[in-house]
Design a protein around this ligand. Structure first.
Ligand code: NAD
Length: 242
């Protein structure tokens, strides 16, 4: 067996508190493209042009053209073996929780119970003007409006927006751990990218799973497991929980 894999298994078996940080890469095998995937969605809707709070404030109807396409992709997606493996690890009492940068809700659908949605969720919307909140099922149309007349914004964090205090508190709590799985994130979007170094300062062993090395790999990561999350995580979890 590969030495890195064995070290990760031992660390997860010994950990009193293990946690995970996940990014868009964990949902690629569910059919949701990450920002690095070539072609498709993000080529037509460059995130730096569409996924910013400035873009939403100045032209919400234009941003909804992107949001409506994202919602179609999310509606067609279901959890993959990587999401189920993390749910199984939690069920076995070996994962305290997940900090996810994803807005797709796939961890919860897979059965994970403690999930900090660092960048919010597409399942609810709010009015930036009057503050009223809505469930996705309560509104319809491609740029749904609040009762007050303003276009609603999904409760996802766009570039330029602050992370909600509740998500920051949840991620701080989960960063105080002794092992952290870092799965499918390029670690280029702060402050989520700072979570693994905070965990390491708290004494955690950092186990990174990705198709390719990231900025974290030579600096923060202790064990790098190269490969698809949907293949590596089920093997790892099976070796930990039997
Ligand atoms: P990213 O797109 O910047 O990077 C994805 C990373 O995942 C890359 O390092 C890539 O090598 C890796 N990856 C791709 N496929 C993989 C696989 N099968 N197994 C393992 N690793 C794989 O993603 P990010 O770091 O999460 O940052 C992007 C931002 O965009 C985040 O804020 C996130 O909220 C948002 N986003 C979310 C979704 C979603 O909800 N599913 C999708 C796209 C973007």
């Amino acid at each position: 067996m590969d030495a890195g894999f064995s070290r990760a298994v031992e660390a997860l078996k010994k950990a009193r508190k293990a946690t995970a940080l996940t990014g868009a890469g964990i949902s690629v095998e569910s059919g949701i493209p990450d920002f690095r995937s070539s072609g498709g969605l993000w080529t037509r809707f460059p995130p730096q042009e569409y996924a910013t709070i400035q873009a939403f404030s100045s032209n919400p109807v234009k941003v909804w053209r992107m949001l409506a396409e994202v919602e179609k992709v999310l509606a067609a997606a279901s959890p993959n073996p990587a999401h189920f493996a993390l749910a199984r690890l939690e069920e076995a009492g070996r994962l305290a929780g997940i900090i996810t940068q994803n807005i797709d809700g796939l961890h919860q659908i897979a059965g994970s119970r403690r999930v900090v949605e660092f960048h919010g969720s597409h399942a609810t919307l709010s009015c930036l003007y009057c503050g009223k909140g809505y469930g996705r099922g309560e509104v319809s149309g491609e740029a749904p409006r609040c009762g007050c007349g303003e276009v609603l914004k999904p409760d996802v964090i766009l570039f330029g927006e602050a992370i909600p205090p509740k998500a920051l508190a949840g991620s701080r709590e989960l960063s105080a751990c002794d092992a952290m799985l870092v799965v499918g994130t390029s670690a280029e979007v702060a402050p989520a990218s700072l979570v693994p170094s905070a965990a390491r300062r708290a004494g955690a062993l950092i186990i990174e799973i990705n198709l390719e090395p990231t900025a974290l790999t030579p600096t923060v990561t202790d064990v790098f497991l190269k490969g698809r999350a949907g293949e590596v995580l089920p093997k790892l979890v099976a070796a930990v929980v039997g």
